[in-house]
Design a protein around this ligand. Structure first.
Ligand SMILES: C[S@@+](CC[C@H](N)C(=O)[O-])C[C@H]1O[C@@H](n2cnc3c(N)ncnc32)[C@H](O)[C@@H]1O
Length: 266
């Protein structure tokens, strides 16, 4: 049976539901640290290549663009979506690259997944040349009523402790990297010469059905399907749809902060 924690299990739905939004995040990331012509770029946790897609025509001006990810399912999608991206299966905490192989590294919504984020950042410092730059994006805290309602309903279905413990298995560093100060500290502690952090705000409006389909892809939703099984998960989603309709009507509209960190090496 497929491991519910892996992105392999959700690659199809990710492409349909999440890929456009992560490309928007990637455009913010690239605006914070635009790669210069001729540079070699490594995109860590590349997934289906959101950063490379967001580069658009600029990709042709770079010397190399390499995407590295643990998930074969996600990389399979990247191969079709961005044929110019060179793909490597690998773990960000043990990168299969020589020292100083890249000028720029990016990690778009990836650091939250690393329990040992210090090893991941140490690897980024190792594979970057001097001068070099690393740009990271992570979600800030979600403080909207929809996220709170989803959490409450899911915890009701699978148990609060279990839900939290299992989410921690997928995104153990999510709360750490939701704080701008923690992002800055992590970059400096990793050895970057400078670290600057900025915030962006991403607004989103969609139907309740689309919102719940989005939540199903997150760590808690994936665990929900695993714990409840397909029929149980369908029943849970039916209940969640009615409850969201009762509380909020047909549509949801919210915004979520994005934390953008840029570390440079001299
Ligand atoms: C939220 S997705 C983001 C994907 C892509 N950066 C984007 O913006 O669409 C997180 C990605 O990080 C990958 N990932 C998680 N832990 C990883 C690790 N230790 N090394 C490499 N990739 C990892 C997952 O497989 C997944 O594709």
């Amino acid at each position: 049976m497929a491991d519910w924690r892996s992105y392999d299990t959700i690659a199809e739905a990710y492409e349909r539901i999440w890929a456009p939004r992560f490309e928007t995040v990637a455009r913010h990331l690239l605006a914070a640290a635009p790669p210069v012509q001729g540079s070699r770029l490594l995109d860590l946790g590349t997934g289906m290549g959101a950063v490379a897609s967001a580069l658009a025509d600029k990709i042709r001006t770079l010397r190399a663009v390499v995407g590295c990810d643990l998930s074969f399912g996600m990389l399979g999608k990247a191969r079709h979506r961005v044929p110019q991206l060179r793909l490597v299966v690998g773990d960000m905490t043990r990168l299969p690259f020589r020292d100083a192989s890249f000028d720029v590294a990016t990690a778009n919504c990836v650091l939250s997944h690393l329990a040992d984020y210090q090893s991941g950042l140490a690897e980024v410092v190792r594979v970057l040349a001097r001068p070099g730059a690393f740009a990271t994006a992570s979600w800030g805290p979600s403080s909207d009523p929809y996220a709170a309602a989803w959490k409450e309903l899911l915890e009701g279905a699978v148990g609060a402790d279990t839900a939290q413990r299992t989410v921690d298995l997928v995104v153990p560093s999510e709360s750490r990297f939701s704080s701008p100060e923690n992002v800055r500290t992590a970059l400096i502690d990793a050895g970057f010469t400078t670290a600057r952090v900025s915030l962006a705000e991403l607004a989103h409006e969609c139907s309740v059905d689309e919102y719940l389909a989005d939540r199903e892809l997150g760590a808690s939703g994936r665990f929900g399907r695993h714990a409840l099984g397909d029929p149980g998960c369908r029943r849970f989603l039916g209940t969640a749809t009615s409850e969201f309709g009762r509380r909020f009507g047909d549509r949801v509209s919210y915004s979520r902060p994005l934390v953008l960190g840029v570390g440079t090496l001299r």
